[in-house]
Design a protein around this ligand. Structure first.
Ligand code: MN3
Length: 209
């Protein structure tokens, strides 16, 4: 069965003024849509390699036939990363929806001292000086329930290394260039206004698959 582009859980203009409608439209319909199309095309050559679940597929890249492995890595990674990313965003979440829930809040305090300090560390890790070029910045839940911040290049996912992301930020230029031009740091800072902390908390509760 072919993979499908998931619908956004909100309208394209819902994240204005932080993330603009045109960026969301292109990012979802064109960029994410292309990852899905490329993934399906590659899997036509090896339908038996399809795990039926993109998260499982990219977690087991070694068992994907070599002639499509890189395409699956880039486009399966792109499909998995963006499917998660849309869920992690929510309109108006900066206006009082910041409560990450008790368990996640405890882990944040234990690992970073405070939510503010987590945001500072995450922002620094995602900034161009630390993450050069295209990639993602992640908050990971470790097997001992602690949290860590990690980055990946291109469309690589922490799932490819057996790690469980609970939050992620796309810092490819296509995610911000129309509105923020080369000012990635500004985009990272406004991201905090649209984080869906309830979704992050529920992913933290779920922990490892
Ligand atoms: Mn993207």
């Amino acid at each position: 069965m072919a993979y499908e582009l998931p619908e956004l859980p909100y309208p394209y203009d819902a994240l204005e003024p932080y993330i603009d409608e045109e960026t969301m439209r292109l990012h979802h319909a064109k960029h994410h849509g292309t990852y899905v199309a490329n993934l399906n095309n590659a899997l036509k050559r090896h339908p038996e390699a399809d795990a039926g679940n993109v998260d499982v597929l990219i977690a087991e890249l070694d068992s994907v036939p070599e002639d499509i492995r890189t395409v699956v890595r880039n486009n399966g990674g792109g499909h998995a990363n963006h499917s998660m990313f849309w869920q992690l965003l929510a309109p108006n979440s900066g206006a009082g929806d910041e409560d990450p829930g008790e368990d996640l809040a405890e882990a944040v305090t234990r690992g970073f001292g405070s939510l503010e300090s987590l945001k500072e560390r995450f922002t620094a890790a995602a900034a161009p000086g630390a993450l050069f070029g295209s990639g993602w910045c992640w908050l990971i839940v470790n097997p001992d329930r602690s949290l860590s911040i990690e980055t990946t290049a291109n469309q690589d996912s922490p799932l490819m290394e057996g790690k469980t992301p609970v939050m992620g930020l796309d810092v490819w230029e296509h995610a911000y260039y129309l509105k923020y031009r080369n000012r990635r740091l500004e985009y990272i800072n406004v991201f905090w206004n649209v984080v869906n902390w309830r979704e992050v908390a529920s992913r933290y509760e779920a922990g490892h698959p």
